[in-house]
Design a protein around this ligand. Structure first.
Ligand SMILES: NC(=O)c1ccc[n+]([C@@H]2O[C@H](COP(=O)([O-])OP(=O)(O)OC[C@H]3O[C@@H](n4cnc5c(N)ncnc54)[C@H](OP(=O)(O)O)[C@@H]3O)[C@@H](O)[C@H]2O)c1
Length: 303
């Protein structure tokens, strides 16, 4: 039997429960993965709370989790580039919190041998979002990029990827994360009242682009210091409409994920995991992510 996290109704983290079901079998083009690590996103918490229920109601009980890593133990006959025993990282949709998942083979890539399962489980969602946003912004050498919520899951990847492109990065975070942001390559700045002035102290001419991952006042600050056409948000759809700026959704692909694993293999990408929880403690993991102050990523593990 396979184990998975489900919820029967929208609500607080406690609605998440561990259930058992039949072992799923891969169909054409698919592989079965015995999961070792599965990442949590704020999106999962919002889905569980029912934030999207008005326009995207779920069929309940529902599952969660858009990223996972583990060992393949079965492949469909037509899958030629992956085999049982391969250690992989995969992207999926609302399935990851489980000890066994089925994914299309095109959504899995080989895990670097030196990458721990906890890190492998959290690479794909935030990593691919960060890449998508930097591509949309056209971040390049010579840019000064402002990143809001730079110490979070997406921000931590975005800071490093932007630095690798030769950009100067200014990242917002609370004081306790400033040394961490310096380690990633960013110049930290505290969010809250006076943010625009603090950014201008670091960049008197303003910045050339801004990536928002928190919304609200961060968006107003962004358009005060960056050209509006080079401000994007991944977090605040209402704010984007209010201010007429671009919102970004993640575009995921095997090629994007492989570009991230290559950087890891070259020692150029750090994957920060704040805390691991056993699969059965998904509720506790959600409480941490929902605090809004996780550093890097939070992961569920399966022994
Ligand atoms: N559009 C998409 O496809 C997509 C994909 C992924 C994520 N998202 C969205 O993007 C947002 C960020 O995701 P995430 O996974 O990076 O979140 P996260 O990891 O939960 O973000 C936590 C971080 O936010 C920081 N933070 C809290 N309040 C802040 C403020 N007022 N200003 C600046 N930083 C603040 C915290 O830093 P301190 O602890 O220092 O306060 C913490 O490091 C979420 O809304 C998520 O739903 C969208």
């Amino acid at each position: 039997m396979a184990k998975m996290i489900e919820f029967d109704d929208y609500g607080p983290p406690e609605v998440l429960r561990l259930v058992e079901g039949p072992d799923p079998e891969p169909e054409a083009g698919e592989v079965r993965i015995r999961v070792r690590g599965a990442g949590i996103q704020p999106f999962d918490c919002a889905t569980r709370r029912g934030d999207f229920r008005a326009y995207q109601p779920l069929e309940l009980p529902a599952r969660l989790g858009n990223e996972a890593a583990g060992v393949i133990d079965a492949v469909a006959a037509d899958v030629v580039d992956l085999a049982a025993g391969d250690e992989v990282i995969a992207f999926t949709t609302m399935l990851g919190y489980a000890d066994t998942i089925i994914v299309p083979a095109v959504q899995a890539v080989h895990k670097p041998a030196t990458m721990p399962w906890t890190e492998a489980g959290v690479l794909t969602a935030s990593g691919q979002t960060a890449l998508t946003a930097l591509d949309e912004l056209g971040v390049k050498e010579g840019d000064t990029l402002l990143i809001h919520a730079a110490a979070g899951g997406v921000g931590s990847f975005a800071v490093q990827l932007a630095c690798l492109r030769g950009a100067r990065v200014i990242g917002t975070a609370s004081d306790r994360n400033h040394e961490y942001l310096r380690e990633l390559g960013a110049e930290p700045v505290r969010y809250g009242a006076g943010l625009i002035e603090r950014i201008r102290t670091l960049a008197p001419e303003g910045v050339s682009a801004a990536l928002d991952a928190i919304g609200g006042e961060a968006l107003d600050a962004s358009i005060a210091v960056a050209p509006k056409e080079r401000v994007v948000t991944i977090a605040d759809w209402a704010g984007a409409a209010r201010l007429g700026i671009r919102r970004i959704g993640t575009e995921r692909s095997r090629a994007k994920l492989e570009s991230l694993t290559r950087l890891y293999e070259q020692g150029l990408l750090r994957i920060e995991v704040m805390k691991s929880f056993p699969l059965a403690d998904a509720a506790a993991a959600h409480r941490l992510v929902e605090s809004g102050h996780a550093r890097g990523k939070v992961v569920l593990t399966v022994p």
